[in-house]
Design a protein around this ligand. Sequence first.
Ligand code: TC6
Length: 717
Amino acid sequence: MARYSRLPGSVALITLHNPPVNALSAAVRQGIVDAVQRALKDPKVTSVVICGQNGKFCGGADIREFAGPMSGPPLVPMIHAIEAVDKPVAAAIEGVALGGGLELALGCHYRIAHSKAVLGLPEVTLGLLPGAGGSQRLPRLIGLTAALDLITTGRHVSAAEALKLGILDQVTDNNAVDLAVEFVRSVAGQPLDSRRLSTLPCPCPPDVDSLLDKVMSKVRQRSRGALAPVACVQALRAAASLPYAQGMEKERELMATLFNSGQARALQYAFFSQRVVGKWSLPSGASWDNSTARTISKAAVIGLGTMGRGIVVALALTGISVVAVETQEKQLAEASRVVPAMLQREAGRRRLATPPGVISFSSNLQDVSEVELVIEAVFEDMSLKLQVFKHLASVCRPGTLLCSNTSGLDIDQLAAVTQSPGLVVGMHFFAPAHVMKLLEVVYGPRSSPEAVATAMQLGKRMGKVGVAVGNCPGFVGNRMLKPYLEQANFLLEEGATPQQVDEALEEFGFPMGVFRMSDLSGLDVGWRIRKEAGLTGPGVESTRTRQGRRYSPLPDQMCEAGRLGQKTGKGWYQYDGPGGRVARSDPWVDIFLETYRAEHGLVARSITPEEILERCLYALINEGFNILQDAVAAGPEDIDAIYVFGYGWPRHRGGPMFHAGQVGLGRILERLNHHHSHPDVPHLKPSTLLRRLVAAGSPPVQKWREFINKERVHSQL
Ligand SMILES: CCC/C=C/C(=O)SCCNC(=O)CCNC(=O)[C@H](O)C(C)(C)COP(=O)([O-])OP(=O)([O-])OC[C@H]1O[C@@H](n2cnc3c(N)ncnc32)[C@H](O)[C@@H]1OP(=O)([O-])[O-]
């Protein structure tokens, strides 16, 4: 709703009221329409201020309403009516003015904000465009170039930047509503024509077409296959070239297309998933709202390889003091040189003045004795990690939280060598750890709710999307990756090339296909893990079946040939030299694959992009269902957030489990059955949960949690 009040004198105050962010629900829109009418009719009112309850102007359209039929007054005419009012209307912006919230403010004649306010048109991140006139009014206010930046990225800007851009008329450190009231009183009676943005021309640079073409190719490259950024550029082209009314017509057409696209639904689902995973719960019943987190001010990181260095930076950026320990002198010296520069760079990128945390480097594990939390980030080797944990258990004071950055080893085994297994959790970061948003917080059977809550809260302080997951080999992300990689390798055996597989996946929206990605991260990482698992190495017979399952030795043979990826200048592709970044296809790989197939009596067949996607993605999705069935992830949103924030799953496709729902669970089941029945593709046996969901009529993804819980109660899973 919106409250109307008459302030002493002649100012009407309209206050949006819809906690927590005063989103523009049907009731709020109706409230605004009624209040504006009242202000118009009251002859004693000479000016109007619109503000939001509880220090938040408005978080935009109510995203929850997008799922159902629209009711209440529409936004566009409501904002037009405000712009047309013949008494000055000012938006008093505190907290946030985002999306429809900023569009509402752009319909006002003046905008006055608190210095801590944040503004933006983030609709593009929800698969939409600023469809309440924002795509036409903002460029008229701040010029085409700046509007293209804001609207195609959806980035939030500070009040200071908004003032500089010309979005705001005034900024105050004091009460923005008081200032707005004072301001509108002072301008009452003055002409408003030049304040109505819809009547202004759009300031454009001389080479407007080349600017628009450049931005269009940039957005297409940045978010391959995403519709909204393209539509945003089209709407801005209309703003630059058409009169306002025709521009609005174009905005309406584009918005209608986007609104009904699966991509908008996927992105809105991703928005809510990100929030759902913060409300974690464990099978024990412990959850975010009944567990207490400790506030950490002093932490340590053990191991200063690539991951450890990134974790040190991520911690230091929050203001935590970090003891960074590395026992190898050479590595320590390098880290002491590199980490401060990384910190400086990242602080600059985040526009933080000076990195607030204090880092001390040490080669002595004894120096962690006073910290409250340790993150172990040594080499991925269980015996080494056990040694470190035993040592930590004897060095740290009682009550210290011990975390491991393992990417898939058993947390419980690590906990078992400490005196307080309840204080052990996994904190699985993703490289580069100071940049990537995902953090898997891994709880073992003995991890305490306090330890999980602390790791989740620490993740939030570091700006991560933390997802609490159960303990199993590979946890969620890497466990699902395994069948995906396996199928990609099998496809090479059957006739595909690395380029064909990568192209299909990149066309789907991944920033990098599986083989390009392997080259980037190094083929030796998986090789070492497979050697430890006894799947390859001296004495292991070179067959295509290992430990009772189909196995492709292709990646092992690449490593044996010294082709470890970008670092050696050769992998699935060739590069200009070691450390080269530009992948080119390599005839050596074609001959290698042909020889391999001939040796194993395999006849290459032609493989379609559809089969590549089905084999790779459905294998991954199927494992996702197994993970839900095993209660390793609490719900499909957890898996989807992990894949969107950590594995490059295209956000406009929601995540693997959401995608399964979009494709249709029946179809996924049918294709898995089809591939599974093929004699040489034995790893695609459909999960029981998938079968049960299909049998239950394929409920929407939002209902799966409830379904799984019911099935579990009735022991069907
Ligand atoms: C149609 C014409 C064109 C216009 C299109 C638009 O405006 S599109 C919209 C353009 N606007 C945007 O894209 C802005 C989207 N919002 C944000 O970016 C952030 O929420 C924030 C910066 C406003 C506050 O961050 P924060 O960390 O302080 O808090 P938090 O993030 O945890 O959220 C708290 C609670 O509020 C909920 N909720 C939030 N916004 C909306 C909404 N618009 N609607 C409904 N609900 C919303 C959120 O789900 C959560 O609910 P829960 O889990 O408690 O049940």
